[in-house]
Write a protein that binds this ligand. Structure first.
Ligand code: UDP
Ligand code: MG
Length: 321
């Protein structure tokens, strides 16, 4: 495969004014090094996607765009969340690039493995997954919940790459295929493995955020985790069916027991039994309806076929390759 391909690094940014300067400095230096080593083309760029930030993020991007030839920007019309912002960036970058890497603005992902990403691309890989070598830096809670989550996902038949977030390289070709996945409930790390092609993984150590606070509070994280399961698996529905069958069977045994008891010692089923049963089944049914409702909600959203993002403005005329 030919070397010196155009690399675009897509970085979604939501209220990242505290980190943008440092990130720009570090990334620009890295790009220059890679261009000097002739690993990537000099037409390569860093694309910041402003996801409706409320702070000075977009002003900073505009400013960097003017003085730094590597920086280009994309502004979404409002906050659409990390996954949508990322998709907007990927779909825009693929028009100009041969390969696109996605990463967070806080530089938690080790940018020195970019060389390995590009090497793997030159070896013919269409997708290269960045995989965290350890979770030492995470809190006890995050480490354990994350690990449990991967296990549950696997059990439910969702094919995700273990310890991989959204730090990955995708070729133009893989991105063109990604475009055909039209779902609104975006869970990219679940969709990307569905594309297939030749892929590989590259290990790296994930650092702590160097400034600012996480834009993924617990509530958003839980939502994201649910999204991953409900958008990719119908196993919860299957589990309801099985549980329902099981409970029906147990009630049947209970019925026999009550009937026999009635004939042997004239027992009439007590108030307690009835109340217990009624409340148990009441709760159980609501729970089932709730889960079915979740899926219904998804169908509802998908049928709307709303655009997943709207680009308000794009900076820099890119050179088409
Ligand atoms: N982000 C975004 N839109 C959002 C929330 C987050 O574009 O609504 C971006 C954020 O700017 C960062 C990336 O997504 O570049 C990951 O967020 P963060 O680092 O806060 O998440 P964490 O690393 O804590 O999981
Ligand atoms: Mg982060």
């Amino acid at each position: 495969m030919q070397k010196n391909n155009i690399l675009y690094v897509v970085v979604p940014c939501y209220n990242e004014e505290e980190v943008l300067e440092q990130t720009t400095k570090v990334l620009t230096k890295k790009m220059k090094e890679m261009i000097e080593k002739k690993i990537i083309s000099e037409k390569s760029k860093i694309m910041y996607v402003n996801d409706g930030s409320k702070d000075k993020t977009w002003q900073l991007i505009e400013e960097y765009n003017k003085k730094n030839p590597f920086i280009c920007g994309l502004k979404l019309s409002r906050n659409r969340g990390h996954q949508n912002a990322l998709l907007a960036g990927l779909m825009t970058a693929k028009k100009y690039a041969d390969m696109v890497v996605s990463m967070d603005a806080d530089l938690q992902d080790d940018i020195d493995v970019l060389d390995d990403f590009v090497d793997a691309y030159n070896d013919g890989n269409e997708i290269v997954y960045g995989v965290r070598s350890s979770r030492k830096k995470d809190t006890f809670f995050k480490r354990n919940t994350a690990q449990l989550y991967y296990k549950i996902m696997k059990k439910m038949g969702v094919d995700i790459v273990y310890n991989h977030a959204d730090y990955r390289l995708m070729s133009k070709r893989a991105l063109e295929e990604l475009e055909n996945y039209q779902e609104v409930n975006l869970f990219l790390r679940g969709i990307v493995p569905l594309i297939g092609f030749k892929t590989t993984t590259v290990e790296y150590e994930r650092k702590e955020r160097f400034a600012g606070v996480s834009k993924y509070p617990l509530k958003k994280m839980l939502n994201f985790a649910m999204e991953g399961i409900l958008s990719f698996s119908v196993t919860p529905l299957r589990m309801i069916t099985i549980t329902g069958l099981l409970i029906a069977f147990i009630s049947f045994l209970f019925l026999i027991y009550v009937v026999i008891g009635h004939f042997l010692n004239g027992n009439v089923a007590g108030w307690t039994t009835i109340v217990t049963l009624v409340s148990f089944f009441g709760g159980f049914q609501i729970f089932c309806i709730g889960i079915i409702g979740e899926y219904l909600g998804k169908i509802y959203m998908e049928t709307k076929k709303r655009p997943r993002y709207i680009i308000e403005q794009e900076l820099t005329e890119h050179e088409k390759n």
